[in-house]
Design a protein around this ligand. Structure first.
Ligand code: HEM
Length: 134
């Protein structure tokens, strides 16, 4: 049968200062999920408005994208978006496996692994994004 854990009282808000990998995994998962939703809501109108306001067509779409990519801040934001998306996917798969009962006893280590793999993928992407090879 399952074990029971003493989770403390709900009212003891100061518990967040006690480090626990699971809490940070939970927080980062929520944060990354809602950033992705926010990004999607921004992404679709920005691109479609960009095309329409310039008369439409494939060339104007390309020009809109190249204009955005020419801004360094946009390329930095893309690195950030990649970090958020990769972390959410890796941690999401980790959560789904844990939901299936796989790896619960190693859940701290799999969280750290998802952070390390996210970091490696993001670092590897930097030359491409910041180089602006579009
Ligand atoms: C392969 C891709 C993805 C996987 C494996 C995945 C996995 C998950 C899982 C397992 C949860 C539930 C976490 C829990 O048990 O509390 C979750 C929550 C969530 N996901 Fe994803 N996800 C993916 C892609 C996305 C995308 C593309 C978006 C947004 C556009 C997104 C937005 C969210 C949001 C908003 C939540 C709820 C966060 C909260 O608890 O408030 N996810 N995801």
């Amino acid at each position: 049968m399952g074990e029971t854990y003493d989770r403390g009282t709900v009212e003891s808000y100061d518990r967040w200062t006690e480090f626990s990998a699971g809490m940070w995994a939970w927080l980062l998962h929520k944060f990354s999920g809602w950033i992705l939703v926010g990004y999607l809501f921004m992404h679709i109108p920005v691109l479609s408005t960009g095309v329409q306001s310039m008369g439409g067509g494939a060339d104007t779409y390309t020009a809109t994208l190249q204009g955005l990519e020419s801004l360094l801040v946009v390329r930095f934001l893309e690195v950030g978006l990649l970090a958020v998306a990769v972390f959410h996917v890796l941690n999401g798969v980790r959560l789904l496996l844990i939901d299936l009962g796989l790896g619960l006893e190693n859940q701290d280590r799999s969280f750290y692994l998802s952070l390390v793999v996210t970091g490696a993928i993001v670092v590897a992407s930097v030359p491409t994004f910041l180089g602006g090879h579009l």
